[in-house]
Ligand binder design. Structure first.
Ligand SMILES: [Zn+2]
Length: 984
């Protein structure tokens, strides 16, 4: 009976032919283990184990086991194994098949649960199932584990650090919501090689007694056909609760006015249950404060550092979006900034009346004195803000009155302006990119109005006009608005940004052909708006590179604001609001200072490959400190004011730094937003090869638009494309043999690992004090900025923290190297004497070096290739096949070899006409694609992979010899998941 039950379980949970491990843990220690492909044999052996009283539990492993393990104990059980004997470990797992939830009644260890405890666990399983189905999750397997309850959700994820992180954090979230005094959600079952109760066998913890009996585990219900949980839903679950901020050794200073969330909720009549979470407190609301449609699902967290998060997991409530500000405003009224003008007027009037009273001028309160007094008041207000307030927030709020959104851009502009006051800064300039009509000019115009009129140069400038502008003061902010940067202008920019601390002298010839010396004074900051990035990398490198928010939501907000303002009666009829005047005054009162960062040696970067970006972070810290100079420790050395930067300065700077490297800009990658979007699109498919046609179909853009994104505008335009900017995109000619003959086409190849290595570097953090051995960057695993604020940025880094982790992971890093070796740089491998796998296994070089090495290789590759030709012995086996027809240079990225463009032209034409379908007999020497043999998947891909319902089309199968899986196969299942019905 139980044998049939067990076999049924196995055929439900695993694809036929899978290698499964049966393991039983002996009560007296030690274990029994066997590997099976024959489920009936497994069920038979399991039943035998189940009969003896020696074993406390009988288990299988839920995920896909590397089939080579089968030969350890092929279809047989070995009973007397010790803990040291080999069994399946996490590294042996190829694919994650199940998201497991184990609801375990709380009771003393080593005994079975009582009936009541058992029932409560099953009831809770029902609640969790309801919770997840509310978020769009499909039907799970519900099982009785004997003592508690199980839920199993079908997933299909690679066994990589990202999956581990997703599953663990998902379990943490479920535990935060559902663990209580009766039962807990086991958060330790996220391991790849997790042992799982084999349903049909008995759970035999302790002795079976009347009120705590042994029970047989069994499946209670399962869907008729399984649906995959799409990865997006796992991400959503994992990000419902923000990751707790990194604990700092030195306790975070909690200012006395830090709000106590528990008190606040109580005082506003919100009832809740409270639990500890990540060193802070989690509050689960009894009634969702955001919606009356449901009661459960809303929560708030206060972390140890005081930061607060509030949200609701229901999709109609934002699905875990940060809504604390909104919640607070709902009970306390809107934030002051919205009716700031009222307050400002009232305040000015009160002052005026007070002064009028003082001077005995009561008869005409506020009439005459107001204009006179206002000036003093404004300067007092500015002083107050600089000494006790937050000047950045003040300026940002005032800018926000006129410009919707784009907070990061405003912050960058403010920091740029502040950098003028830092004597030891190299200056911060700002480059804003984004499509036209999305407000680039508008934010510049708005921000520049907040600067004192004599310290700004606005309007549109021609290159030459700049030099002829009379009386340009040192430290002027200069706006270049959406103009094409001529070559000479780029040169100028390079010059002025390099000589930030000195005047830039430029010799030119004027209209009358007379030599002329032009001077741009020192400490000028440059704000540049462009549709594309500028072409010159050196110019990019000196700029804080941010994107204008061009999302549809932003468009809506802008429109809504415009419509609302059309309905409004004006409150002030003057040109300049008073806050703007206060901002001018703030700028004037900030004094030039030298900033010292006492903790600079402890700053760590996830990547220091771009030498300028760390310098930018330092300048951001200094600029922030300069703005807060009246609130920092300050000493005078030899007549120079020295300000000591604090942790707050680092926190702010690192947040901006992170934003610029993630959602708000392409600081490291130098990508524009549309390029970044295309990359996100490519990455979201998980595929690693694309034809032009597929890219066009996928993106919904035109052929020309995609071509521009990939290849730039060609000719001498300053705009270059992704092929040049991003090393993870390459192209190659693929020749596949089909029934009708050879078919060649140009395909773009995506290398995810390389991309991660290349785009990493946005993170920075402060190392512990003890870690001062100058090891340099890259040896920490944490990309979190360590900032106390829980906002979108931090959440992002928390959830995606696994990216950083995975980069640190030696296995993955090995892949990166191996990938690049197997790709276009395989020729180099032979030259440097590195074995393809050796680099990965030893993992000695930190990744910065790797990237450096990579770019070195990139530059040297042509020479190396030429060298190779001189030494035939060094050639790879692929050379003889292809070299006469297509030299390897063709397969390098276009940037290195301009002549390769020519080679490809005919193909591009054909591609253009037929969308990549037409074939011409060009051979490929890419080692993945042999021109003579049809492409077939390699090891570890089941001949009949039951996960894949869509038969892999020959045109998209790509065999990746490094990872030993067929990516196309894997991804098909993943992406089609939401609507896909699965059966083994
Ligand atoms: Zn809600």
């Amino acid at each position: 009976m139980s044998q049939a039950e067990i076999a049924k379980t196995l055929s439900l949970l695993f694809p036929p032919g899978s290698v499964l491990e049966l393991r039983a843990l002996r009560k007296s220690g030690g274990m029994a283990s066997g590997y099976y492909t024959d489920i009936n044999k497994l069920a038979h052996d399991a039943e035998i184990l189940d009969f003896t009283n020696e074993y406390a539990g009988i288990y299988v492993i839920l995920n896909k086991i590397n089939p080579v393990l089968f030969s350890r104990r092929a279809n047989r059980i070995e009973m007397r194994l010790s803990k040291e004997d080999k069994a399946t470990c996490d590294e042996d797992i190829l694919q994650r098949w199940w998201f497991p939830i184990d609801i375990d009644p709380k009771r003393p260890s080593g005994i079975s649960s009582s009936d009541e405890e058992h029932d409560k666990a099953l009831y809770k399983a029902g609640k969790i199932r309801e919770f997840l189905s509310g978020m769009g999750w499909p039907e799970p397997v519900l099982a009785d584990s004997g003592n508690g309850a199980h839920l199993l959700y079908r997933i299909d994820l690679p066994n990589d650090p990202e999956s581990v992180h997703l599953i663990r954090q998902g379990l943490n979230v479920l535990s935060a919501f559902f663990s209580d005094e009766f039962s807990s959600i086991d958060t330790s079952v996220g391991k790849a090689a997790q042992l799982w109760k084999l349903y049909g066998t008995m759970a035999k913890k302790g002795d079976s007694v009347a009120d705590r009996p042994h029970r047989r585990s069994r499946i209670l219900s399962s869907p008729e056909s399984f649906m995959l949980v799409p990865k997006e839903l796992l991400v959503q679950l994992a990000s419902l609760l923000p990751a707790p901020p990194k604990q700092e050794k030195t306790p975070v200073q909690r200012t006395t006015d830090t709000l106590d969330l528990g008190d606040w909720l109580n005082s506003h009549g919100l009832s809740f249950r409270e639990k500890p979470y990540g060193g802070g407190r989690l509050f689960l609301f009894d009634q969702c404060p955001f919606s009356s449609a449901h009661s459960d699902g809303a929560y708030a967290i206060q972390f140890d550092n005081g930061a607060i998060f509030a949200g609701c997991h229901h999709n109609s409530c934002g699905g875990g979006e940060q809504r604390w500000q909104e919640l607070r405003e709902r009970y306390e009224g809107p934030k002051p900034k919205k009716n700031y003008e009222d307050r400002m007027k009232k305040w000015a009037r009160e002052r005026a009346i007070a002064k009028a009273e003082y001077y005995g001028n009561i008869d005409e309160p506020g009439l005459k004195p107001i204009s006179q007094l206002l000036e003093t008041d404004i300067s007092e207000k500015a002083r107050e803000i600089l000494h006790y307030g937050d000047p950045i927030e003040y300026i940002r709020n005032s800018v926000a009155v006129d410009h919707e959104g784009d907070d990061v851009v405003s912050s960058c502009l403010i920091m740029s302006f502040a950098s003028r006051s830092v004597l030891n800064s190299n200056g911060l300039h700002v480059l804003v990119t984004g499509e036209s009509g999305k407000g680039k000019s508008h934010i510049f115009d708005t921000m520049i109005q907040h600067l004192p009129p004599d310290e700004r140069l606005d309007g549109r400038l021609s290159n030459k006009a700049l030099f002829y502008t009379e009386g340009l003061k040192p430290g002027t902010a200069i706006c270049l608005d959406d103009m094409a940067l001529s070559e000479s202008m780029q040169e100028t920019l390079k010059g002025v940004t390099t000589s930030f601390k000195r005047p830039f002298i430029y010799r030119t010839v004027n209209k009358d052909r007379k030599g002329q010396v032009c001077i741009i004074p020192e400490r000028c900051v440059w704000w540049i708006a462009k549709v594309d990035g500028t072409g010159d990398e050196q110019v990019w490198n000196r700029m804080l590179t941010c994107w204008i928010d061009d999302s549809a939501e932003q468009d809506e907000r802008v429109l809504a604001r415009e419509l609302a303002s059309a309905e409004e009666f004006p409150e002030v009829f003057t040109d300049t609001r008073k806050e703007v005047l206060v901002c001018h005054e703030i700028c004037r009162q900030v004094q030039p200072v030298h900033v010292v960062i006492p903790y600079a040696k402890r700053i760590r970067f996830t990547s220091s490959s771009n030498r300028r970006n760390p310098g930018m972070l330092l300048d951001l810290i200094k600029s922030h400190a300069a703005l807060f100079q009246f609130q920092r420790q300050r000493v005078n050395r030899n007549g120079v004011d020295v300000v000591i930067a604090s942790k707050e300065d680092f926190n702010f700077a690192s947040l901006i730094y992170l934003e610029l490297n993630s959602v708000s800009g392409g600081q490291i990658t130098k990508l524009t937003k549309s390029e970044s979007k295309l990359i996100e699109l490519i990455r979201s498919t998980g595929k690693d090869e694309f034809t032009m046609k597929e890219l066009v179909d996928m993106s919904g853009k035109t052929y020309e638009a995609i071509r521009k994104l990939l290849r730039g505008k060609g000719e001498k335009s300053s705009h270059c494309g992704l092929l040049e900017k991003c090393p993870a995109i390459t192209y190659l000619m693929r020749t596949d043999m089909t029934d009708s003959g050879n078919r060649s086409q140009l395909v773009y190849v995506w290398n995810e690992m390389l991309y991660r290595a290349w785009s990493s570097g946005g993170g920075c953090w402060l190392a512990e004090d003890k870690d001062l051995d100058g090891k340099g960057s890259g040896n920490g695993g944490d990309g979190d900025a360590g900032d106390g604020n829980v906002d979108a940025g931090t959440r992002l880094s928390g959830v995606n923290g696994n990216f950083t982790e995975s980069r640190e992971d030696k296995g993955v890093f090995g892949d990166v190297q191996a990938c690049s070796c197997s790709g276009k740089t395989d020729l180099v491998t032979g030259e440097t004497g590195e074995s393809e796998t050796g680099g990965g296994e030893n993992f000695s070089p930190p990744k910065e070096e790797y990237i450096e090495e990579y770019s070195k290789n990139k530059n040297n590759i042509k020479e190396l290739v030429i060298d190779r030709r001189k030494f035939p012995g060094a050639e790879s086996p692929y050379d003889p096949v292809c070299s006469p027809l297509s030299p390897p240079e063709v397969f390098l990225r276009s940037v290195e070899k301009s002549e390769s463009e020519n080679n490809l032209c005919p193909v591009l034409e054909s591609e253009q006409k037929s969308g990549g379908e037409k074939f011409s007999p060009v051979f490929s020497d890419h080692q993945n694609f042999s021109p003579v043999t049809p492409v077939t998947p390699v090891a570890f891909v089941d001949p009949v992979d039951p996960v894949t319902l869509v038969p892999p089309a020959t045109s998209v199968i790509s065999v990746n010899p490094v990872t030993q899986v067929a990516p196309a196969t894997k991804i098909t299942a993943e992406k089609k998941a939401p609507s896909m019905v699965l059966s083994w």
